[in-house]
Design a protein around this ligand. Sequence first.
Ligand code: ADP
Ligand code: MG
Length: 485
Amino acid sequence: MTKYKALIGLEMHCEISETKTKVFSTAENSYNDIPNSNIRPVDMAFPGTLPVVNKEAVRKALMASLILNCKQPEYIYFERKNYYYPDLPKGFQITQETKPTPVGIYGKLSYECNDEIKTVRVNNIHLEEDAASSTHHEDTTTINYNRAGVPLLELVTEPDFHSADEAVAFLETMRSIYQYAGISEADSKKGQIRCDVNVSIMEEGLDAADPKNWGTKVEIKNVNSFGGVRDAINYEINRQIEAKEDGTYEKMEQQTRRFDEESGTTIYMRSKVDAIDYKYFVEPNIPKFKLDKSWLEEIKSSIPPLASERKEKYINDYNITPRDAKILVKEKPLADYFEETISLGANPQSVANWLNSIILGHINKMELSIKELFLTPKMLKGLIDLVEGNKISIKQAKEVLTKALEEEKDPVKLVSELGITQITDEKELTSIIDEVISENQPQLEAYKKNPKLFDYFVGQVMKKTRGKANPALTAKILKQELEKN
Ligand code: ADP
Ligand code: MG
């Protein structure tokens, strides 16, 4: 049986969220506000209005272009992509489609996938405006123009991915870059990331670098989550292999499909044969301007430390284990939370331990972002202080933190409310331990033959103190007292 190799190319859209205003108007760039509250006449395509380019959006787009090792154009200018849709009142989108218009062309990026370094070629990255958003109700559709004109970056890769794992690992890397570079929150839950996924298969063993060997491309439009990208790719690869095997592949046309989240399948929308002709031309209302080399240099030197740099710092300066450091930097908000807690004076590895266990577990379970967490870095520092000051044990702290997260309470307050304390007084603990030993004479005899029974005595001390005995001190005194007997 012939084996097949999958070819996958991504068109990743990411809204630039970190500008104050939209890309061609002075309306606020924050479309999650009350619908239709962030609009200027130009966003509504009123006659006589003119677009004005937001320099900050161009700056962020150029920063992305530099990070992706792209070639930047000599001039910054835009193009019109003509089509009509109710959420596009102008009847065209201002974009940068044909080369060399995009802010970046022919770049490449290395990313990590399953502990291997891979490289993808970037065809181009361009700056454009988002359309308004439509919400379909039972018998009406409402349109929210807050999103009309939000700056959008579209990144087009070459079909260099060969599995869903690779495509998703790349998307995660890009999300991280957008976050750390201060370009976007890149939150797919807020609809800030949307992908078109292109999939084909070819015979294994042929040269994948030669487009002559590529199979017929299928485009899957508007996949809104990384999980969706994974499922859509896997479904599509299987569907195409089946078509090869039942002989229908050769008749398959280039086509656009959509991903159905519920069933995890892709559904035929239209053939590429009747693709729309967008009649691109240079946007006449925006003058071309020459891209200054010194401005590019300045943007380059202002790229903030990205995830890998922060990871190195955590390992080298804070002595965090590489495994923990990798988890901490995966999403910038978590790394920021970590650094904020440390800046309050908490021990880095302790902070990492708490974050990467109970706190991340809670966030994932509740599908929260760390920014929505009730527990502040200051509260976490307070809890760590109680443990390190021997006021409560780790075990008690774990229970308190779990409860604090569930009930949205300050763990330090919870400790005093519940009267949780730890016995750290040697005299007090010695007398409790002596009691335990005298109450357990048969076990004492057994212990003399089998030292493994030590843990039994620890358990008894904990039981008697309802978990309040300091574990290290308990072990130390217990050893002493058992020796005496
Ligand atoms: P179109 O003109 O249809 O938009 P492009 O050549 O611009 O096609 O490519 C769009 C996307 O499709 C890119 O991400 C590209 O990598 C991807 N692509 C192109 N050919 C293939 C193929 N044979 N298999 C998978 N992806 C492909
Ligand atoms: Mg294209």
